[in-house]
Design a protein around this ligand. Structure first.
Ligand code: FES
Length: 100
Protein backbone atom coordinates (compact mmCIF):
# COMPACT_ATOMS: atom_id res chain seq x y z
CA UNK A 1 0.00 0.00 0.00
CA UNK A 2 1.50 3.33 -1.00
CA UNK A 3 1.69 6.15 1.55
CA UNK A 4 -1.03 8.78 1.36
CA UNK A 5 -1.54 12.18 2.95
CA UNK A 6 -3.43 12.07 6.23
CA UNK A 7 -4.21 15.78 6.38
CA UNK A 8 -5.10 18.67 4.10
CA UNK A 9 -3.97 22.26 4.54
CA UNK A 10 -6.97 24.57 4.78
CA UNK A 11 -5.42 27.89 5.83
CA UNK A 12 -2.17 29.83 6.25
CA UNK A 13 -1.18 29.09 2.64
CA UNK A 14 0.71 32.35 2.09
CA UNK A 15 3.97 31.35 3.83
CA UNK A 16 7.21 30.69 1.91
CA UNK A 17 7.60 27.25 0.32
CA UNK A 18 10.28 24.94 1.77
CA UNK A 19 11.39 21.99 -0.38
CA UNK A 20 12.62 18.82 1.29
CA UNK A 21 12.59 15.05 0.76
CA UNK A 22 10.79 12.49 2.86
CA UNK A 23 11.83 8.90 2.11
CA UNK A 24 13.27 10.15 -1.21
CA UNK A 25 9.93 11.72 -2.17
CA UNK A 26 10.18 15.46 -3.02
CA UNK A 27 7.81 17.37 -0.75
CA UNK A 28 6.87 21.02 -0.47
CA UNK A 29 6.08 22.34 3.01
CA UNK A 30 5.61 25.90 4.23
CA UNK A 31 7.98 27.90 6.41
CA UNK A 32 7.11 27.27 10.05
CA UNK A 33 5.68 23.80 9.47
CA UNK A 34 7.02 20.96 11.58
CA UNK A 35 8.37 17.83 9.90
CA UNK A 36 5.29 15.99 11.14
CA UNK A 37 3.04 18.52 9.40
CA UNK A 38 5.02 17.99 6.19
CA UNK A 39 4.71 14.21 6.61
CA UNK A 40 0.98 14.24 7.35
CA UNK A 41 0.36 16.47 4.31
CA UNK A 42 2.41 14.25 1.98
CA UNK A 43 3.65 10.72 2.66
CA UNK A 44 1.50 10.22 5.77
CA UNK A 45 3.77 7.90 7.77
CA UNK A 46 6.48 8.15 10.41
CA UNK A 47 8.40 5.19 11.86
CA UNK A 48 7.23 1.80 13.09
CA UNK A 49 5.58 0.87 16.35
CA UNK A 50 8.16 -0.81 18.61
CA UNK A 51 5.82 -3.66 19.48
CA UNK A 52 3.92 -4.62 16.33
CA UNK A 53 6.03 -2.88 13.63
CA UNK A 54 3.02 -1.14 12.05
CA UNK A 55 3.68 2.28 10.49
CA UNK A 56 2.84 5.28 12.69
CA UNK A 57 1.78 8.86 11.99
CA UNK A 58 2.55 10.62 15.26
CA UNK A 59 0.07 10.65 18.13
CA UNK A 60 0.42 13.42 20.70
CA UNK A 61 1.83 16.14 18.36
CA UNK A 62 3.67 17.69 21.32
CA UNK A 63 6.86 15.71 21.94
CA UNK A 64 5.56 13.29 24.55
CA UNK A 65 4.65 9.97 22.91
CA UNK A 66 7.84 9.32 20.85
CA UNK A 67 5.87 7.90 17.91
CA UNK A 68 7.17 10.36 15.34
CA UNK A 69 10.92 9.67 15.16
CA UNK A 70 12.54 10.41 11.80
CA UNK A 71 16.19 10.34 10.72
CA UNK A 72 18.37 12.64 8.64
CA UNK A 73 20.50 11.29 5.79
CA UNK A 74 23.43 11.24 8.27
CA UNK A 75 21.42 9.14 10.75
CA UNK A 76 20.59 11.92 13.25
CA UNK A 77 17.24 11.25 14.93
CA UNK A 78 14.55 13.93 15.37
CA UNK A 79 11.03 14.02 16.74
CA UNK A 80 9.04 15.16 13.69
CA UNK A 81 6.42 16.96 15.78
CA UNK A 82 8.83 19.46 17.32
CA UNK A 83 11.36 19.89 14.51
CA UNK A 84 10.75 22.64 11.93
CA UNK A 85 11.17 21.95 8.23
CA UNK A 86 14.38 23.17 6.57
CA UNK A 87 15.11 23.80 2.91
CA UNK A 88 16.88 20.81 1.32
CA UNK A 89 16.49 18.49 4.32
CA UNK A 90 16.39 14.76 3.56
CA UNK A 91 14.37 12.79 6.10
CA UNK A 92 13.82 9.06 6.40
CA UNK A 93 10.94 7.68 8.41
CA UNK A 94 12.16 4.10 8.78
CA UNK A 95 15.70 4.71 10.07
CA UNK A 96 15.69 1.71 12.38
CA UNK A 97 15.29 -0.57 9.37
CA UNK A 98 18.07 1.34 7.60
CA UNK A 99 20.39 0.45 10.47
CA UNK A 100 20.40 3.81 12.30
S1 FES B 1 3.83 12.91 17.91
FE1 FES B 1 4.18 12.40 19.98
S2 FES B 1 6.31 12.83 20.29
FE2 FES B 1 5.88 13.48 18.27
Amino acid sequence: MSPKPRAKRLSETNRAIVSLQIDNVPVEALAGDTLLTAILLSTGQTGRDAFNQTRQAGFCLMGACQSCWVWSAAGQRFRACDTPVQQGLQIYTDGERLGW
